[in-house]
Design a protein. Sequence first.
Length: 162
Amino acid sequence: MKITKDSVVSIDYRLHLGDGEAVDESDPGEPLVYLQGHDEIVPGLEKALEGKARGDTLKVTVTPDEGYGDYDPEGIEEVPKTEFPEGLEMVAGGVLSATDPDGDEVDFIIKEVKADTVMVDFNHPLAGKTLHFEVTVRDVREATKEELEHGHAHSPHDDHEH
Ligand SMILES: [Zn+2]
């Protein structure tokens, strides 16, 4: 079957930023499984996979507007060190996560550690980047009723409760 909205798709993928050096990739034998049409992967990649079938390989270039968005300078904030848990190691380039008021986990990058404050960047690490994906479609199947209700794909080893 061809990939269309509500297909559960398994892909092997490799992501680089133009220089060929992988910044992310699926492990051999452990493809990424997602539900087409439910914002589980970046829009540009989802669009390119529409209509593809098992065994297809493709190279997809995704611009920031269809990837992780433009880089937002407003995403940088200066936070007093006292707001971080005591003893937390803070180094420039480090990635930390926090829980926002809605209870969602947000990752941020430490840009700079100053005397009393820390400059943190809430932009997605891939914001503003053009993404180069190399993808092989491993499997396409119809979603189960439960997957459609949840709005995401379930892998065979998944026993989550949400
Ligand atoms: Zn679920």
